[in-house]
Design a binder for this molecule. Structure first.
Ligand code: PLP
Length: 391
């Protein structure tokens, strides 16, 4: 679909719909009249196939207990096979009410209180909280940062794993907010370290479908001829792909029988592991008929990124809009033009923007912000203009 036609059809004003991004501004930032570029969801209506499937279900009018039909597994597996060469067998799939809930369940299923869980920072802040709130030890290893680009520090990872006897690695792939789509070689290296030290990897791949320009996403369980699949639990969903976060439906993929047995034993103590019927219908319709819509949305997001990078880096010399190979949430390194301690004042008070701040994701990232680009190009223009004129 042409860009303008897509924007005309799908861009929508969400104010007054109880959405966190706009209607939660006051609660989070203390004021309402900010341009909201935070929470990781989109300003676009989902694809027509999903809306139609949900309308049909609503008209049926019964929302009783459900099963997952074989068609669901077939459609999901075809999506994974077509896009990532990784068909997913029905017996490998379980469900949860969100990827962060999935992480929490994996922590309970596979570690004990006091065990160490590792994250690579900066990373999506619930990765920090889900570990500490469950009384596990949080081990943070910084990514390397150079010129707007993040890479893994394998020596630091191996040292941290060894010294802290890490039991679980919570990997983010593609990585929010580093914007990296890890290459197979990078994944191979970090998974090899985990193999050497018997670390279980929980790979949050919620952003798998939001990948740009020649970058190839590879599921951790498929790396190097699937040689790590017996030590990887994969979490993914259609939530970021089709903008469905509150339909609370996500996948847990475990390809190893022994791991699955252990997970099922744990899950037998959870009352609710059935699916949300709306989440299931939406994901199925999206995987079956949503690919064209996804292509259009990715084009708009990438145009937003190119515009922001070109404009800000020209207008504010030294500022870096960091790489965005995947996700729609690039970091912006403002340190060359604003003192790190003054960034919040600059961004919120002077530019009137609501963004996520670097220090929410990792200790060393004060002076960075994260901006959501799954939005109206006019908002991106306004944000860039305000930042340049206020600096
Ligand atoms: C890496 C990552 N995991 C999980 C989530 C949230 O997923 P859910 O709403 O399914 O818990 C997000 C949302 O931004 C995310 O970026």
């Amino acid at each position: 679909m042409e860009r303008q036609e897509f924007l005309d059809n799908y861009l929508t004003d969400r104010r007054g719909t109880d959405c966190s991004k706009w209607d939660g501004l006051k609660a989070k930032f203390g004021e309402k009249d900010l341009l909201a570029m935070w929470v990781a969801d989109m300003e676009f209506k989902t694809c027509d196939a999903i809306t139609t499937a949900l309308e049909k279900r609503v008209r049926h009018g019964v929302f009783g207990y459900s099963i997952v039909p074989d068609r669901y597994y077939e459609v999901y597996s075809r999506w994974m096979e077509r896009r990532y060469g990784f068909p997913v067998k029905k017996e490998w799939v379980r469900f949860s009410t969100g990827c962060v809930t999935g992480i929490s369940w994996m922590i309970h299923a596979f570690t004990n209180p006091g065990d160490a869980c590792m994250i690579l920072t900066p990373v999506y802040y619930p990765f920090h909280n889900v570990v500490t709130n469950n009384n596990r030890i949080l081990v943070k290893v910084d990514l390397k940062y150079h010129n707007g680009y993040f890479t893994m520090d394998y020596d630091a990872v191996e040292k941290a794993v060894r010294e802290n006897q890490v039991k679980m690695f919570l990997m983010c792939s593609p990585h929010n907010p580093a914007g990296r789509v890890w290459t197979e070689e990078e994944l191979d290296q970090v998974l090899a370290i985990c193999r050497r030290h018997h670390v279980l990897v929980v790979s949050d791949e919620i952003h798998q479908d939001i990948v740009f320009k020649g970058k190839r996403f590879i599921p951790a369980a498929a790396v190097a001829g699937r040689k790590y699949r017996d030590m990887v639990v994969t979490l993914n969903s259609a939530s970021k792909t089709f903008n469905l976060a509150t339909l609370i439906h996500s996948h847990i993929i475990i390809t190893d029988e022994k791991l699955m047995e252990a997970y099922d034993k744990f899950a037998s103590g959870l009352n609710r592991t059935e699916v949300s019927i709306m989440g299931m219908e939406a994901a199925m319709a999206g995987y079956e008929k949503g690919e064209e819509w996804l292509g259009s949305v990715l084009n708009v997001i990438y145009d937003n990124y190119c515009y922001l990078k070109g404009t800000l880096e020209r207008g504010l010399p030294g500022v870096q809009v960091c790489c965005m190979e995947g996700t729609y949430l690039p970091m912006i390194d403002l340190r060359a033009c604003v003192e790190p301690d003054k960034v919040q004042e600059f961004v919120q008070k002077r530019c009137r923007l609501a963004v996520d701040y670097g220090e929410w994701f990792g200790d060393g990232y004060k002076g960075f912000i994260r901006m959501n680009l799954a939005t109206d190009p006019a908002y991106v223009r306004q944000a860039a203009e305000r930042m340049i004129s206020q600096a």
